[in-house]
Design a protein around this ligand. Structure first.
Ligand code: FAD
Ligand code: 2HG
Ligand code: ZN
Length: 506
């Protein structure tokens, strides 16, 4: 039996790495711009903001919430990956739904384009202006409005940082149903607008299921109050879903009611080594079957991802070197039961030779250390220079073939080809890197990777969205009729096209 009372390495004790856990707020400064990885578009027929327009916003928000300072603007004009820099001359920082309503009413009348921005951690260029769109920053919309301890329904403004909501919910012995590596910076409004997946999807499912209601402001300034705190509410079309995952193109989400779940008191993380991807699949299958009521995360990374962590962040995996690593998190209320179930599962995996090394942690410091190996890969990749980032859903049998195929195709033209992701959800993150941007590499990857994915009935965007980067490939996953209807809805809800232009729709 493996004692679960503290961290414990089983099978073959190996060098435990320096898993220095770092707060999830990112301050990374040394990347090159890779403008050419973005699709090209022409500026829409929008007005350029004049001093009269600025005066209007100054009168509404005051000087401190109407940003024109060059250095501050730069932060809001640049995406997290440092892959694009917009030219917005103005960032507005409203505090209330009513202020947003006034802003949009004005912008719609004046035909001024607007780019909604949450924590600006998006990875597909959705959150930054492409030209000179006015940035509508949600940073100051960060109030928690209500928490119902009977139902776990948390109502808040959309600019609340995800990690703050989690801490708040934890104080009440609840947990928020979404978690991701960017939790220290991303906002719940950004999570909803991208329909973020993340690390708990395998347990709690999509935000479409966990958001009970929301408030949004439409392009013409009208406030659409779809707030609801009931679990069951079948009263006509469920309009909140129009705003979840539409990446700020149909309205600005200003408030939301999120269903939180009672927090499990006992959690354990197992970090396992596999020699083949077939073993990874078998491990996933057995873990799902053996721990159905306990499983809260099922993630994987390959050795190339581990090498990137080691080389760029000095973060090493806590077990001996393997081609693949699987991270399993279980959560429950009874540590003895957890221990028994996890031990049975790991014994079976070992007996059947699906895993050949592993470590378990139950204390929070070591669990965080194990988690940082998975969560910090994106950050580690940034140090490589130029990244080519793909967020693909695939049937599990094809999950890692994508990485193998791309590795063969790209050969020595790239520095790294890395595969990791949400094994439990069939969502692989394939990343390639070069020192400088290389158009030949990009052309070798796209459209090939998307066509390959679609031929296997996968999705070209599992969780990050379409943003600005993938608009021309939307047609690979959606029919002409579906895109036609999306465009009709966009015209109906935003006839002047002022909300996040150049994003989502081709
Ligand atoms: P932003 O990046 O600011 O905006 C994202 C989109 O939403 C933009 O189109 C923006 O216009 C729109 N938007 C933002 N706020 C609003 C609003 N209130 N109303 C209307 N539109 C709005 N994503 C995942 O799905 N799963 C992961 O596991 C994951 N891990 C990540 C790890 C790291 C290290 C990083 C950097 C990113 C990760 N992401 C992940 C991507 C990103 O964090 C998510 O997409 C997140 O949901 C974005 O939230 P945000 O507040 O930063 O939104
Ligand atoms: C993750 O799961 C994120 O870590 C980011 O979705 C993925 O950087 C990526 O490719
Ligand atoms: Zn992810």
């Amino acid at each position: 039996m493996f004692p679960l009372t503290s961290s414990y390495n089983f099978i073959k004790r190996s060098v435990v790495g320096q898993c220095a856990f770092q707060k999830t707020k990112f301050f990374i400064q040394h990347f090159k711009f890779q403008q050419s990885t973005f699709s090209s578009t022409n500026r829409g027929n929008f007005k350029t903001a004049t001093s009269k327009d600025v005066d209007f916003f100054l009168s509404l928000l005051g000087k401190s919430r109407t940003i024109q300072d060059v250095d501050e603007l730069k932060v809001h004009n640049t995406d997290w990956l440092k892959s694009h820099q917009g030219k917005s001359p103005l960032v507005l920082r409203p505090k209330t739904t009513e202020e947003i309503s006034e802003i949009l009413q004005y912008c719609n009348k004046e035909k001024l384009a607007v780019c909604p921005q949450g924590g600006n951690t998006g990875l597909v260029g959705g959150s930054i202006p492409i030209y000179d769109e006015i940035v509508l920053s949600m940073n100051l919309m960060n109030e928690i409005l209500h928490f119902d301890e009977n139902t776990g329904v948390l109502q808040c403004q959309s600019g609340c940082i995800l990690e703050s909501l989690e801490s708040y919910a934890n104080e009440k012995n609840f947990t928020v149903p979404v978690d991701l590596g960017a939790k220290g910076s991303c906002q719940i409004g950004g999570n909803l607008s991208t329909n973020a997946g993340g690390l708990r999807f395998v347990k709690y499912g999509s935000l479409h299921g966990n958001v009970l209601g929301l408030k949004a402001v439409c392009a013409n300034g009208e406030i659409l109050d779809c707030m609801n705190t009931m679990r069951k509410n079948n009263t006509g079309y469920d309009l909140k879903h129009m705003f979840i995952g539409s990446e700020g193109t149909l309205g600005i989400i200003t408030e939301a009611a999120i269903l939180c779940y009672p927090k499990s008191s006992q959690t354990a993380v197992a970090f396992l080594g596999c020699n083949t991807f077939e073993q990874v699949l078998k491990t996933a299958q057995i873990v799902r079957r053996q721990l159905p009521e306990l499983l809260s995360s099922l993630e994987m990374l390959d050795n190339e991802a581990a090498d990137t962590l080691r080389d760029n962040l000095k973060l090493t995996v806590p077990i001996s070197k393997h081609p693949f690593y699987v991270l399993v998190e279980i959560s429950g209320s009874d540590s003895e039961y957890n221990e028994k179930k996890l031990n049975e599962c790991l014994n079976l995996l070992m007996e059947e030779n699906h895993i050949s090394d592993g470590t378990i942690a139950t204390d929070s410091t070591r669990m965080k250390a194990l988690w940082s190996v998975r969560e910090r890969i994106t950050e580690a990749l940034l140090h490589e220079g130029c990244g080519y980032k793909y967020d693909i859903s695939l049937p599990l049998k094809h999950f890692y073939n994508l990485v193998k195929v791309m590795r063969r195709r790209l050969g020595t033209k790239v520095t790294r080809c890395v595969g990791y992701g949400h094994l439990g959800d069939g969502n692989v993150h394939f990343n390639a890197t070069t020192k400088e941007f290389d158009l030949e590499v990009l052309n070798l990857i796209e459209p090939f990777i998307y066509e390959w994915t679609v031929q296997r009935k996968g999705s070209i965007s599992a969780e990050h969205g379409i943003g600005y980067k993938k608009t021309k490939y939307l047609c690979l996953n959606q029919t002409d009729a579906a895109i036609g209807l999306m465009k009709s809805l966009k015209r109906l809800m935003d006839p002047n096209g002022i909300l996040n232009p150049y994003k989502v729709l081709p």
